[in-house]
Design a protein around this ligand. Structure first.
Ligand code: PLP
Length: 394
């Protein structure tokens, strides 16, 4: 039986890490993997998380099973940040998941159980979105997320919503769109939620970078506007970036139902799906987040650290935009986009030349991790961009 399996391509970004590690160039630049980096290239553990982990070691007196819902203290403590004034609405439910990936997976599996057969999604998107949609046997209906001049193609989204018919869900990035960095403005969200309110498409908001765009409140605008406008919606959340917990796999899925009974039934289906998939989520990271959020001083430390990350990302964006152009590339749109990622409109030959001639590593799609740039390497980067876009013929 196993002999029938066909070879799957290796994860391209993981292969890129190996190439980068093997490159002896002292001034090599890693813009591949999507983790935050400080100006010295580190991805440190948050001080607030370290403190919470120490508390956890002291206070935790059992590692007995919790249940498919995970740490509900964690799930509830996050809710004011995500939902604002509506956080204690009886029409909201939620559970812990293994990372944002687990939350997206569970959201789509729940949607499928509820009768969804098609998922509308702006492309390009985080590659795992399409993989999960395909793995669940759902149909992907793609539309352009952004226009070539680097703003959101809201008309394409509205057209997709208008054509959707019954049995459709739409997957929306709450903020810091991966990979384009092109977010909806509040006015654009308002147009989108008006269309959602008028139709039958189930919104699924993927909020994986809250606090890394314009601010914790600002980054929640879209998710909150959607929930205020429609009766039913799902929100997939990740704490892996905004608490720096990547490998600890910390996430949550929330749902809004049209009445209490529907919320109860959605909850039971969420638990059943989790039980069959991973039984229960890993505890450690979520417990650490809960301890941070239960303590005012640790919460203030976390928010200050997050603000530092956000400021660094924004300052790299401003520095790129200040360069104006690099060869044939206009860098100014990157200044008004948000989050850790940007797409460079480079050809495969240009991306290969950046790697071979300048030791600059980025995804084959042209996505760069903004946090891989620093005041010390940004001039080399823009110089290399100018060199490859002037000399390499596509
Ligand atoms: N959603 C988006 C848009 C992402 O970019 C990511 C991670 O890169 C995730 C969800 C999942 O995050 P994680 O599973 O690491 O929490």
């Amino acid at each position: 039986m196993l002999n029938r399996l066909t070879q799957q391509p290796p994860d391209a970004l993981l292969a890129l890490i190996k190439l980068y590690d093997a490159d002896p160039a002292p001034d090599k630049i890693d813009l591949g993997v999507g983790v935050f980096r400080t100006e010295s290239g580190a991805t440190p553990v948050f001080g607030a998380i370290k403190a919470a982990e120490r508390l956890l070691v002291e206070r935790q007196d059992s590692k007995s099973y919790l249940g498919p819902e995970g740490d509900m203290g964690f799930v509830h403590r996050l809710m004011p940040y995500i939902f604002g004034d509506r956080h204690d609405s009886p029409l909201l439910g939620g559970m812990q998941t293994p990372g944002g990936t687990g939350a997206v997976r569970l959201a789509l599996a729940l949607a499928k159980r509820a009768g969804v057969t098609r998922v509308l999604m702006g492309t390009p998107s985080w590659p795992n979105h399409a993989q999960i949609v395909a793995d669940l046997g759902l149909e992907l209906v793609a539309f352009n997320h952004a226009t070539p001049d680097g703003v959101a193609d809201v008309d394409a989204l509205l057209a997709a919503l208008g054509d959707a018919g019954e049995g459709a869900a739409v997957l929306l990035h709450g903020c810091c769109h991966n990979p384009t960095g092109v977010d909806y403005t509040p006015a654009e969200w308002d147009r989108i939620v008006a269309a959602l309110a008028a139709g039958t498409v189930l919104p699924i908001v993927d909020l994986a970078y809250q606090g890394l765009g314009a601010g914790m409140e600002e980054d929640a605008y879209g998710a909150r506007a959607v929930l205020a406008a429609v009766a039913e919606a799902l929100v997939a959340y990740s704490c892996d970036k905004n608490f720096g917990l990547y490998r600890d796999r910390v996430g949550a899925l929330y749902w809004q139902g049209e009445d209490a009974d529907s919320v109860t039934r959605t909850t039971s289906n969420g638990y059943a799906l989790a039980r069959a998939a991973w039984s229960m989520p890993p505890d450690h990271g979520a417990a650490a987040v809960r301890l941070v959020l239960e303590d005012e001083a640790l919460t203030a430390d976390w928010l200050a650290e997050l603000e530092g990350m956000r400021d660094r990302i924004r300052s790299v964006r401003q520095a790129l935009a200040a360069h104006g152009t690099a060869g044939s590339l206009d860098l100014t749109p990157y200044g008004r986009q948000q989050g850790m990622f940007a797409m460079l409109p480079l050809t495969p030959a240009e991306i290969a030349a950046l790697r071979a001639d300048h030791s600059i590593y980025m995804a084959g799609s042209g996505r760069i991790n903004i946090a891989g740039l620093t005041p010390g390497n940004i001039d080399k980067f823009t110089g290399a961009l100018a060199a490859v876009t002037q000399t390499v013929v596509a």
